[in-house]
Design a protein around this ligand. Structure first.
Ligand code: DAK
Length: 258
């Protein structure tokens, strides 16, 4: 399917979704959010896709929600429109592993979108921030909640109250970013990582995603019980038999998602 604000390609079981509004540093307008939620849902349903990578340009992953589109709206409009709520929820419901590949500005709604992904791999040019405070608003797509879970209360408060930008070294240090690569290598490295994940059993990558996400949303004892039951359940799969047989036979496993 052709999109106006996205470029979508599927290569070796990986769907690469690139946000493409270069004149606005990929600012998230309604068109982009609608297209993005349908593109990730289509990738989630596509049997030829096992991992999704979301990225922007070298200059910007996304510089936030489109301020020009939002500026004139009233409370009543944003309330009844539920601005970006359904789209963000749909993206967060994706069940396949989803990686954010971030270069350049990753601000406001852009940073929130990256945090909705399962993990963030960044280039050495990436800059993260929740600068909504400078616009007289607060984050609205989960930033106060997810950033706090990623980096802790103190740094999250600092980011949300000052609106400052965080360079990538700090982002890696505080756990917002899992790995950093030079900008010129970012996409090749992310695609390598995505393809490595795509080689695993989709049953176990999706299960691992569900278990880790439980850690964000439940008490430790609940999460541990959930993980234990998922672990038990995977013994009902052919891929568990294949993975363990391959280990003992000193060969690569051939997973069939069964
Ligand atoms: N919106 C619209 N246009 C933007 C934009 C944005 N967020 N960011 C950049 N642009 C546009 C600029 O206006 C400019 O367009 P022209 O003026 O040339 O037409 C072009 O992109 C290039 O930007 P600059 O000329 O400003 O480039 P610089 O390199 O000088 O500066 C910058 C880059 C990223 C530091 C700067 O553009 C900037 O500060 N941008 C705004 C960053 C920002 O405030 N972001 C937060 C926006 S609020 C919700 C969901 C989401 C949200 C809220 C609710 N619900 C589910 C309820 C999210 C809110 C936000 O993200």
């Amino acid at each position: 399917m052709a999109y106006e604000t996205l470029i979508v390609e599927v290569e070796d079981d990986v769907a690469l979704i690139r946000m493409n509004r270069p004149d606005a540093l990929n600012a998230l307008n309604s068109k982009l959010m609608t297209e993005l939620s349908s593109a990730v849902q289509a990738a989630d349903r596509n049997d030829n896709v096992r991992v999704i990578v979301l990225t922007g340009s070298e200059k910007a992953f996304a510089a936030g929600a489109d301020v020009k589109e939002m500026a004139g709206k009233s409370f009543v409009e944003v309330y009844f429109d539920n601005l970006f709520g359904p789209e963000a929820d749909a993206i967060a419901r994706v069940r396949k592993p989803m990686i954010a590949a971030v270069s350049g500005y990753c601000l406001g709604g852009g940073c929130e979108l990256a945090m909705i992904c399962d993990f963030i791999i960044a280039s050495d040019t990436a800059k993260f921030g929740q600068p909504e405070i400078n616009l007289g608003i607060v984050a609205g797509m989960g930033g106060t909640q997810r950033l706090t879970r990623f980096v802790g209360k103190s740094k999250s408060m600092d980011m949300h109250l000052t609106g400052r930008f965080m360079e990538v070294a700090e982002a890696e240090r505080c756990g917002l970013v899992s790995r950093v690569f030079p900008a010129k290598d970012l996409m090749a490295e992310v695609m390598k990582i995505a393809k490595k994940i795509a080689e695993k059993s989709l049953l176990s990558t999706m299960a691992a995603k569900e278990c880790v996400n439980r850690a964000q949303e439940s008490a430790l004892s609940e999460g541990i019980l959930f993980e234990r039951r998922v672990f038990h359940a995977l013994f009902a799969t052919e891929d568990q038999k294949e993975g363990m047989a391959a280990f003992m036979e000193k060969r690569q496993p051939q997973f069939r998602d069964k």
